[in-house]
Structures are given as C-alpha cells and as structure tokens.
Write a new protein. Structure first.
Ligand SMILES: Cc1cc2nc3c(=O)[nH]c(=O)nc-3n(C[C@H](O)[C@H](O)[C@H](O)COP(=O)(O)OP(=O)(O)OC[C@H]3O[C@@H](n4cnc5c(N)ncnc54)[C@H](O)[C@@H]3O)c2cc1C
Lengths: 746, 329
C-alpha cells in the first residue's frame, strides 16, 4: 500500500492479477489471427525481392485464372492524388512504379484458402528492372548515392544538401565554442547503431471487410484502432466514419503496431471480392522484411569536461536512415541525447536520410537508445580518463526541476537525482568483480506523452463499474486503470471492468504509445469516475432532501457531511445504482481532451558483465534498472516494463541487427538469426522503482514503458571496457566484434 | 518465404523394406525424420518434393545399443534429447552428449534426430534463400564476392562453395571416430566421418555421401575413446537456439602427464568437420600447459583463408583449440 503525504491508498500500489491474465494463460484471449468470419477469404502479398527496382509490368492473369482466387489488387486499384504522409503510407502499402526495398509489397491476392492465396501470389508475374540501391546511412548521405526519391526533402533542408537528406535540424543554446575552450578535456568520437526490430511475438494479423458502398469493418491487432481507421481511410479514399475498427488482444507492439502495413490490402481485396471478409496474417519473414523496424544511426559526439566532471559544452551530429520514407527519429534522438545533463552550451545537428529499407516505425523510446549509446559511451570514456566516478559525474551535471533541458523546455518535477542516488546505493554497486568482469552505468530519458484521449465510464445496476478506454492494453494498463478507478470509487478492484473499445464507441484516441495509457487514459478515467461520484452524491442528496454540496463520497458510499453529518446512514454505490432507473437514469462519466501534465521519466542502469577474451562472448552477470515511475500504480507491471525494456536493450546491444547482403536483401528475416536474447542469455533483471510523483496526474503517474530500453546499449559498452579495456562503438557487440576488437588491441 | 508448405504425399512406412520400396517408386522422394531441417525448406518453398517418406515408425532406427567393443550403436531416429540424456552416452562419450545438448533449443532437440542432425543441409543464407548458386545447381557463389555477407562461412577447403557444416553432433562424432551405417539400394555400407561428410570438391550439391534411396540406419561410435577424456565446446551468438560460429570436439588419453593420444575436430570452419591434424601431431607426447597452448594457437588455423567478414573465426578457432588442450591439465 502506498502513501501520498497523509493519504493512504487502499489499492494503488497493490499487485492484483491483471483482468486479462486468465484469458491469456488459458488461451481464451483472442489475438489478431484468431478472428474468423463466415465466407472469409485469405490474402497473400507479393513482395519485391529487390532493394530497388522499377516495376515494368505486373501480370495477374495466371493468378486470377486459378480456381478459388477471388481478387487481386495492385497500386492501380488505389486512388491517386494523395500527398505528404498519406502518400507515403499508400506508397508503403503497395509500391507504385518502383519497389523501394526488399519486401516492399507489389500486389496482393485473396483466395478461398491460405495455401491457394500463396499459390496465386506465386503466379503473379512481376517484371523488374533492377536499379542501384543504397542500404547504409553513411553511403546514403553521399552526394552521389542512388536517389531514392526526388523532391522528398521538406523545407528544413538547405539548398545543396545530398539528395537523400529529407529533413535537417539544428538547434541548441549557449556559446558552444566558449564552452569547449573552457573545458580541461574535449573528446570526440563516432558511433554506429544498427536497425533493430521490436520483435513482438504476434505477427501482424487482420480481417477486413469492405462493401462497394464504402462501409467497412476491421478486426486487427494494433496499438491504435483510430490510427488504423484514419490511415486505411486515407490510403483507400474512404470516409473515415464509415470504417469501424476493433482491436484484438495484442501480442506485443512496442511502437511497431501504431501504423498500417497490410491492413488496407485486406480492405481493398474485400471490396474487389464483393465484400467477403479477407484475412491476412504475416509470416515472420514478412514481419521482419516489411514492417517498421527502427532506424540505423551514425553519430558524432563531442563533449568538453572539466577535471571535476562538469560538462562545459556538448555537440551531437546524428545521421539516421529510417527506410525509403522520411521519419527516422533523429529529432527525438537529439532531444533525449543530453537530456540528463544541465548544459551551459549545446548544439544538435540531425539528418533524416532515405535508404532502400523498410519504412521505420516507432520502437520503444524512438531514437533515445541510439543517442544514449553515443553520449553515455563518450561520457564514460571521459570519466575513465579523468578518474571520476561515473555516477558522481552524472550527479554533478544532473538536471533538476526548473533547469533548462538540453533541447529547450524547462523541466518540471523530475526525479533524476533520486534515481542516481538510488543507483549509487544499490548493493550491485558494491558486488565484487573478478577477472574479465566489469561494471557499466548509463542514464536514459524519455519525455512520455499524452495526446488525444477519450474515456467513458458507467455504473452498472449492481454498483460495479465499467470503463471504456481507447488505448489497447499492452503492458497491463487495464489493471492499472481499474486500480485507479476502484480507488476513487471506493469499491473493490474486481468490481471495475476496463474494456478496450472499437472506434465506434468513443471519440478519437491516440494509440497506446509514448507510455501514455496509464497516464492519459488513467487520468481521464479518474475524471470520469469523479463525475459519476458527483452524480451519485446528487442522487443521494435528492433522496435525503439535502444540498448536494453537503454530501461527500467516502469508502464507496455517499455520506451526509457538514451540518447533516450523521443524519442519515451512508448510501452505498450498490444502493444508489440499484435505484438509478427511478432517480434519473444511467450514471456515468466521460472525459476527453489532451490531458496535461505529462511527467518525464529518467532511469539509470547498472550492469555487470563478464567478457570471455577467448571467444568474445559477453555474459550479463547482474543487471539493475532504476527508474522514476512517478507512482507505481501496479508495481508488478512497472517492474515488467523495466525488465522488458532492459531485455530489448540488451538484445540490441549484443546481438540484434538487420543484416543486408550486398544485393540489399535482408539476410536474416527469422528469429534464428535475427537474434533476440533468449532466457538462458539473461540473468534476473533487478528493478528499483523510484517514486517522485508527477504533480500532473491525480496519482502521480509518469509513464514507464520506454525509458528502460535506452541505457542498456551504452551501459553494456561501458561495462565491456571496464572488463577488458576495449571500447566498442559499433553495435551489436557480438562475439565477432568483441573478438576483433580484442585482437586489434593485442 | 512464407509459412505455408506446398502439397505433397506423405508416406509413413512401418518397415525398412516398405521405405525402400517407396523410395524406389518415387524419384524425388524425400526422407523425413524429425523434420526440423526439412520443414524450413518446404515452408520457404525452396525445395518442393512431391513425396515425403517419414521413417519415424521403423523400429530398427530407434534406440541406443551397447556394442561388444565398449562402443555404442545409436539408431538414426534417436532424438537429440535422448542422446543428450542417455546415461550410456554420457558415461562413454560425453563429448557427443554435450554436443547434442547444445543443438538449437529443447523443443528442436525433442523432435530432431541424430540422423537428421548429421544429414542436415548447410545454413548459407544465399543458398537457403533459393539463390541459384553452385550448390543449387547454378554457376556462381553469392557468398564469396567482395561485398557479400559471409560472417558464418568457411576458413578452409572452399571449392567454389564457401558454406560450412552446421552440425554440432557431426563434429563430436568425427572426433570419436564414429562410422555411419547406411542401407543403400542394393547393399548396406558403413563409412567413416571422412567419407560421410563430403566437401564441394567431391559433390557440390550434397553435404553427405547419402544418395537417393540411401537410408542412414544408425551411427556406430567405437569403443576407442569410451571413457577417455573428452571435450566439446560451441561458441554461438546466443546461449541457445543458435548455430555455432565455431565448435570443437576432442578426445584424448594421458599417460604420465603427457598426451598419449588425441583426436581433435572443429566445426563451422569448412564444409565438413575439420580434423586438426597439425594440432594433434604437435601435442602428442607433450605436457599440457601454457607453453603448449601458445604453440597450439600458432598451428590451429594454419592455412586458413578467411573471407571478408569471418576473420574473427581464426582467433576463435585457435583459442578453442588451446582451451581443449587446457582441459587436459
Ligand atoms: C531454429 C533451428 C536451430 C537449429 N540449431 C542447430 C544447432 O545449433 N546445431 C545443430 O547442429 N543443428 C541445429 N539445427 C538443425 C537441427 O538440429 C537439425 O535440423 C535436426 O537435428 C535435424 O534432425 P531432423 O530429424 O529434424 O531432420 P529432418 O529435417 O527430418 O532431416 C534432415 C535431412 O536429413 C535427411 N535424413 C534424416 N534422417 C535420415 C536418415 N535416417 N537417412 C537418410 N536421410 C535422412 C532428410 O532427408 C533431410 O534431408 C537447428 C534447426 C533449427 C530449425
């Protein structure tokens, strides 16, 4: 049980089972691929085997001649005239005159069975004229690189920049040169991170149905049903309100399920097949080749430091490719890179560069891990050189409430100092290290996010409550929202059911992204509950014949207060609800808007590794995540987020990478060699929840989903240097790289 | 690259004779044991045989039997889990038990067989992706170009093709002097690892000497090394569910503190398990120790011809050879 000053919470801070838990462990939960309808067809997608090619001709006749094939769709079936981001989405859904990456969808087919659809896809003949391609970001930014798209650059790009640069940014504050001049040491290094995939276990899956009248429905695993609706409508030229999108349970998303891939194809195929529903389920290879991994990055960082560890100036220049479309998270990488530090002078420069790869999507704290890898690595190296404790250096420069952030705004209440102090005091910091073992520390940052939010809640006839939210539950948000609503209503946790609803049931909601569900939907749900409480107080007051203001809500019941105190026995929620048909009808609450008061979240990770100098293998011995949650509504799910973030970061640091062959084909589109860590690669990840409540949320929530993926990349690199004295600046730090680095040294 | 297999006919004979007859009747019949290699080929549609002969129900192919010379005869259909957990194998040939236990993941070891593990095809991604390379009957190697990805390819004995042997158990079996018992169309034969595993210079389209209508019945591990000191180590990117970057198996006998006899084999460095004969002759008669390790490292990889991205395999191989020798101290 948590305490807030004088308030003691009844439920906040407890760890009940999640409401969806039983369904998930018994197989009753319905995921994207579980949905089926009578008369349903199956879709398959024809994908480009080339990184860059002109599409000369598509012949669908042989496929259409196959018995059981009901529809084929190519770009010619999609409306013309889209612009900007909508055009990008459409172009990514189905290639136009050129295939822009290995796996780019070129055509789609629907048939009466999945096997038949696959056969038909094979019969669609596509003639390609292969064009020069470019994969690597440093190659793509060269002036003579193959041009991915003419005229894709936005207004931010100055004249004369290389053709694949589509966004440019430059920002900062202070006198950077004076800052470097003031430093005792100035160091500059280059770093590279490779593209990584979110690696959600559930592949993308949907069933779409669309009639000739433009009215349609979709069942889909997604983080954001309204995004799916808007994007499908845009790509297909439909009226948005005519589409109804229902989210299924979701087997992970991590940002990768906030956009569309094959969803519009199922609708387009359905429309052509006379409105029969069409199901499309991606294979793992399709997921890896053709959904949205994160960007790859090439980064230069320069930092000036005084002997006592004070940072005098910092500069970062990041180049990122996010595929054949604008949208690499270079801006967010820059915003987060120096966020934990109070800097008198800082300069950020960023390039968003096109390359022949799939369009990147969000991935847990988009951009932040890459920037942290560069900055936190260099800071560690400088601490080592100056003989300063890396935690003390971070405390010396730590931002506090009221400080100007490296990227401009002024920080409100934040908990970085508390996080660093907690890390300093953790027992792992004192664990003995043997030969070839080393310890690494790094900080991480994520803004957290609010966004469009609409929540309704209603009291049932028996005094239980239902809450309708628009944010799919990825990490336990139904449990957290139920806890908050039950706390406010003064009823048991089990009496609140939180439903994730379809697009027809609420106003527009942004997806579950930006660590926003417990913050934004949670905040709106509490406001809605308060409305319902106010109404229940009014109903009780009317019954008692007293002023509504003279009624207060205590422990799930209306109670006369002030001069009326004790005049009537409390009226419970069940009593009020049981009579609502006679006292004025349904009792409910509703809140929508852009909830304000987002609280940023800092974290610090401490990792101990052992490097085998003969094999190059890095073993994680101990790992602790320390992060400010604001308040942990359901601590088990906060810990789960911390651990999950750390594990994904560890994978990105050690093994995960998109490997392209010389022809620009993804060489590892399977979990066998796209190597996410397995259980035997990991120790138990220890967690420390720091709680510096966010004043912008009724219970102090900050959002905890993302910061955790950021520190592992640099923390592990720092630990490797501590263990064996080599500094790795290019991810992943797999045995081959570590061995090569050790060999180079020896 | 899909998840959907083509249509095929599945036969499940209950006797060797029936299996042979089926193989004789169908030219493109494909033997399937645990299916752990085969199904990937089918799902990716790179190989689409019209007939599958599932040999799981043939009793002779199962089980582990003791042999008069102190060795073991292991039926081809014995699962990797059975091999890894067998008391007999652990007592006599711990290198083999260890190798089997390091394959893939528990699920794959429960289904995958020892026969399938030694008969599996190579992992070269170009080849598995269906590129028309030499091994696939074409006339080029996609992995051995100046810019190709070849981190996992050969150091030795490349002949047009640079793919490596993927099998963990094959390396241990080669070190233990195992023989492979094969029933052919006309007669049975028993061949050594040297003859069973074949390089591209012998036949570029096969990894083993198994031909159509050959059924691997079992593997005989002779008593030669039973109970002797054995070593197996595999280095992969992950702890599980991953092929070797390099693996090593060794069997040795000590006499008076010196190495009397030794057999050492490395995998994933050439198309077949590579016997480290230079190391063997160097260390016989010598006393293990740091000095010897230094010498071992010097010769372990001699003759290696690394490709663009696999230079790291050289120190890895040298260090593993040194570690195997260290295990004798
Ligand atoms: C994800 C993954 C990871 C893996 N990791 C490893 C690893 O780390 N180390 C490793 O060594 N292997 C690994 N493998 C390979 C796997 O171990 C082998 O594929 C498996 O042991 C093969 O056995 P099987 O019985 O399933 O073979 P099958 O797929 O049934 O057969 C494989 C081949 O052998 C032939 N064959 C099988 N039995 C006979 C017989 N008795 N006579 C004649 N021909 C026969 C088949 O025709 C086929 O060509 C991995 C596989 C996967 C899918």
């Amino acid at each position: 049980m948590a305490k807030d000053g004088l308030t003691e919470f009844r439920l906040i801070g407890t760890r009940p089972d999640r409401p969806d838990g039983l369904d998930k462990v018994t197989g009753r939960a319905r995921y994207g691929a579980d949905f089926a309808l009578p008369g349903m067809l199956f879709g398959a997608v024809v994908r480009s085997p080339h990184a860059h090619a002109r599409i000369v001709r598509i012949d669908t006749s042989r496929a259409l001649a196959l018995e059981g094939v009901k529809a084929v769709v190519t770009r010619a079936d999609l409306p013309d005239g889209l612009e900007g981001e909508d055009w990008d989405l459409q172009e990514n859904t189905l290639a136009g005159d050129r295939a822009l990456y290995d796996g780019h969808a070129v055509a789609a087919v629907a048939a009466t069975s999945r096997l038949l659809a696959e056969e038909a896809a094979r019969l669609i003949e596509v003639d390609y004229e292969v064009l020069p391609h470019v994969i690597d970001v440093d190659d793509a930014i060269r002036p003579d690189a193959p041009v991915i798209r003419q005229g894709a650059a936005d207004a931010s790009v100055p004249e004369g920049m290389p053709p694949n640069v589509v966004r440019y940014m430059e920002f900062g504050h202070g006198d950077i040169e004076a800052g470097f001049a003031e430093a005792d040491i100035v160091r500059e290094r280059s770093y590279r991170t490779e593209a990584a995939h979110q690696g959600y276990i559930e592949p993308h899956a949907c069933v779409g149905q669309l009639g000739a009248d433009g009215a349609g429905e979709m069942w889909v695993c997604t983080q954001g049903q309204w995004y799916i609706r808007r994007m499908c409508a845009a790509v297909l030229g439909l009226e948005t309100a005519q589409l109804r999108v229902t989210p299924s349970e979701i087997g992970g998303g991590f940002g990768g399920k906030t956009t569309i891939f094959m969803e519009p194809l199922s609708l387009a195929l359905s429309r052509k097949a006379g409105g029969r529903p069409v199901k499309i389920v991606m294979s793992r290879a399709e997921v890896l080749r053709a959904t949205g991994p994160t960007a790859s990055a090439s980064m230069d960082v320069r930092i000036g430091m005084k002997k006592d560890g004070t940072i005098t100036a910092a500069r970062a220049e990041f180049r990122m490719q996010g595929g054949a479309f604008p949208g690499a998270p270079v801006d967010m990488a820059l915003y987060c890179a120096f966020a934990p530090y109070k800097l008198p002078a800082v300069q950020h420069i960023g390039y968003d560069v096109l390359a022949n790869r799939p369009k990147c999507a969000a991935y847990r704290a988009p951009g932040s891990p890459m920037g942290a890898f560069a900055v936190e690595s260099l800071l560690d190296e400088m601490c080592r050189e100056l003989g300063i404790d890396p935690v003390e250096m971070r405390l010396t420069n730590a931002v506090r409430e009221g400080d100007r952030a490296s990227y401009g705004p002024t920080f409100g209440s934040i908990g970085l100092v508390e996080v660093l102090e907690a890390a300093k005091g953790h027992p792992n910091m004192a664990a003995p290290l043997g030969p070839n073992q080393g310890r690494g520390i790094a900080s991480g940052y994520w803004f957290n996010h609010s966004g469009e939010t609409s929540v309704s809640m209603a009291i049932s006839e028996d005094g239980t409550a239902q809450v309708s939210v628009g944010t799919p539950d990825i990490g336990g948000s139904r449990a957290s929202i139920a806890l908050m609503v039950a706390e406010r209503l003064g009823i048991p946790y089990e009496d609140v059911r939180v439903n994730v609803v379809e697009t027809g049931a609420l106003g527009v909601n942004e997806p579950t992204h930006g660590s926003r569900a417990t913050f934004a939907s949670g905040k709106a749900a509490v406001v809605a509950a308060e409305q319902a409480i106010a109404e229940m107080c009014r109903r009780a007051a009317a019954e008692w014949g007293i002023d509504a203001e003279a009624v207060e809500w205590v422990d799930g019941a209306a109670q006369p207060a002030g001069p009326n105190a004790g005049r009537f026995p409390p009226m419970t929620i069940a009593e009020i609800a049981g009579k609502m048909g006679q006292t004025g009808g349904p009792i409910s609450g509703h809140h929508e808007g852009l909830p304000e008061g987002v609280g940023a979240s800092f974290g610090a990770h401490v990792v101990d590794v052992e490097v085998d100098p003969e094999t190059g293998r890095v073993t994680i011995l101990r790992y602790v995540v320390v992060q400010d949650a604001g308040r942990a509504i359901h601590p088990a799910y906060v810990e789960g987020q911390y651990q999950g973030g750390a594990v994904q970061g560890i994978g990105w640091a050690l093994n995960e990478e998109y490997v392209y062959d010389d022809r620009g084909r993804l060489a590892n589109p399977a979990f066998l060699d796209y190597r996410v860590p397995v259980a035997s690669d990991l120790p138990m990840i220890d967690t420390v929840i720091v709680e510096v409540p966010n004043p912008g949320h009724p219970y102090g929530v900050r959002g905890v989903g993302e910061t955790g993926i950021t520190p592992p990349l640099p923390a592990i690199a720092n630990a490797i240097e501590d263990a064996v004295g080599v500094r790795l600046t290019h991810l992943p730090m797999s045995p081959s790289k570590v061995l090569a680095a050790l060999k180079g040294r020896g | 690259m899909t998840d959907v297999m083509h249509n095929f006919e599945l036969y499940q004979p209950a006797s060797l004779a029936d299996a042979q007859e089926l193989l004789g009747d169908h030219d493109d019949a494909w033997i399937i044991a645990g299916g752990k290699d085969s199904l990937d080929w089918f799902k990716h549609r790179v190989k689409q045989p019209s007939v599958l002969v599932d040999i799981a129900a043939i009793p002779e192919l199962h089980g582990i039997r003791e042999e008069a010379d102190g060795g073991l005869y292991i039926g081809a259909m014995t699962t990797l889990t059975e091999v890894a957990e067998s008391d007999l194998v652990n007592a006599r040939f711990p290198a083999l038990a260890m190798a089997a236990s390091k394959v893939a993941s528990p699920q794959i070891r429960n289904a995958g067989t020892l026969g399938g593990n030694v008969a599996q095809d190579t992992r070269c991604t170009y080849y598995r992706d269906g590129f028309p390379c030499y091994r696939a009957g074409g006339n080029t190697c996609y992995a051995n170009t100046p810019t190709a990805m070849n981190r996992e390819h050969t150091l030795f004995e490349a002949s047009r093709c640079v793919a490596v042997t993927p099998s963990d158990t094959g390396v241990a079996l080669a070190a233990l002097g195992a023989t492979f018992h094969i029933q052919g169309r006309r007669r049975d034969r028993e061949v050594s690892a040297d003859e069973f595993f074949i390089g591209p210079d012998v036949d570029i389209e096969r990894m083993t000497s198994l031909e159509h209508r050959d059924i691997l019945l079992g593997i005989r591990v002779p008593g030669t090394w039973a109970g002797a000191h054995q070593y197996f180590e595999k280095v992969a990117d992950r702890n599980a569910w991953d092929f070797a970057l390099v693996n090593i198996a060794m069997a040795a006998r000590m006499e008076g503190g010196a190495i009397a006899e030794v057999s050492m084999v490395c995998g994933a460095v050439q198309c077949t398990p590579r016997r480290l004969t230079d190391v063997e002759s160097l260390i016989v008669g010598e006393t293990p120790g740091e000095e010897l390790e230094t010498l071992v490292k010097r010769v372990a990889s001699s003759g290696a011809k690394p490709l663009n991205y696999n230079h790291f395999k050289i120190p890895l191989m040298e260090n593993l050879a040194a570690r195997a020798v260290r295990s004798l101290v």
